[in-house]
Design a binder for this molecule. Structure first.
Ligand SMILES: [Zn+2]
Length: 101
């Protein structure tokens, strides 16, 4: 599987989860609904883990301040920022780490 279709697959799975969420919201409030919400939460968590794994395959950085990790965004592919906690990663961070050895 190439990286482009991997990205599309992730997008489709994300839409499927959104559709299921919509369906659950239409269910009457009972124990079946609670059960469905639990399954959905588990699926969403697994999806986020799979998503961050494929994001690193696509060359993205991930923020490890959260679990499942959040995908960091960059304007120049060098300086990365977490959209949630604004944690940053940059090439300078790596060079200072390398300086330790
Ligand atoms: Zn973060």
């Amino acid at each position: 599987m190439d990286l482009d279709s991997l990205g599309k697959g992730i997008g489709l799975f994300g839409s499927a989860i959104a559709a299921i969420k919509q369906l659950i919201s239409l269910m009457p409030d009972n124990s079946k609904k609670e059960e469905a919400i639990e399954y959905l939460k588990r699926a969403e968590r697994e999806f986020k883990i799979a998503e961050s794994e494929s994001a690193t395959d696509l060359g993205y950085e991930i923020c490890r301040q959260h679990f499942p990790p959040i995908i960091m965004l960059s304007k120049d592919d060098k300086h990365w920022e977490c959209p949630e906690c604004h944690n940053t990663k940059s090439p300078e961070d790596y060079s200072s780490l390398l300086g330790l050895f």
